[in-house]
Design a protein around this ligand. Sequence first.
Ligand code: ARG
Length: 417
Amino acid sequence: MRVDSKVESDPLRRRLRRISASERMEEALGFIRQFHREVAGSRGLEVRLKEVRQSLRRTGTYEHTPEELAFGARVAWRNHARCIGRLHWRSLEVIDRRGTREPDAIATALFEHIRWAQGDGRIRSAITIFDPVSPGDLPPFVESRQLIQYAGHLRPGARVLGDPQTVESTRHAAALGWRPSGGEPSRFDLLPLLIRSAAGQRSAHPLPEGLVREIHLEHATETGLGRLGLRWYALPVVSGMILTIGGLEYPCAPFNGWYMGTEIASRNLADERRYDLLPEVAAALGLEAVDGSLWRDHALTALNEAVLHSFQREGVSIVDHHAASEQYMEFARTEEGHGRTPAGDWTWIVPPQASSACPVFHLDMQPRTEVPNYYWSRAVDGDDLCLWRDHEDHSKWWFRAHRIRHRVRRWLRTKGE
Ligand code: ARG
């Protein structure tokens, strides 16, 4: 482990939701009620409400039981409007690591998470949860957006080598002495984990040799594609989001699912701001990049085929966008069956490939932002989150009124700053 001696201003504080003590109380009690309604039954509810109320009044915080924590993390997933894979929300494995605070120990726990979730290729969804924020304590957290990611090397006068999304992390890692494992920078260098300690110090923790499963990409029939030397990792572990449950913020709670093919093929490798590989792929397919020829569409389809084919060849879990859409439809039906309307953000749920051929394209969605949930920062999505008083199917107008009320409250609060 390498440690940065500089203590900088803490970027975490600026990302946390701003909620008043009374909103925190409301969210806490609302969550405890929900936990009892859905899981624990009415026994013990009143005692627990009283306990939480008192603890919040006295100390400004309270502690979730392991059962509440597990339920909260799963419901946060169920509530997350941008995720198409929520059919499986109940199966999330929750690893409770509250109390682990040393950066080295955190890194070790997260390597263990990766090992377990990757398994033998049949990926299992998991979340590892560390300490929540409490009055006077900003706990350590992972600064990297994902536990596993490729470096982006800035080169003067040339394109970024690798993933342009990680240029800043790559710079931080390099400042801590990290060098690509092959010596020379390449397109697919695994970055170390960047962790911020409670004292605000950044440290870099290289992923142990052999831990990360990566898949070499090739196409079943287009051999030229396999010669490009493309690859991707098996496990997406989002570590840059904050988990909020019952008014408590958990800034260090990395979670994983498995990939939908388009995330890699249509976005990570294809976006101009990412690997921008469509011209290279088209050339490998022998396509001429002529306007009006739909060469990008052909390249995208071939790249998607290659990703699905390669993961399947290696026995690593992956879902194509048609199957994922079907699963989302099933999720929506199951939720309705429980008297709940799933929150859905159409712009995120609809896959970037064959959109209108996927049933979700034609589905009406409510982009509700309900707690418990996961968010990046208050500026992006955190300040929109709020408690929904009941689980009835609200009318569009009720929904709009609620949003406006929430916005006014938020405005009143920020005005004072
Ligand atoms: N879109 C991100 C990526 O391409 C991963 C986000 C989470 N995805 C998932 N299937 N659980 O790396």
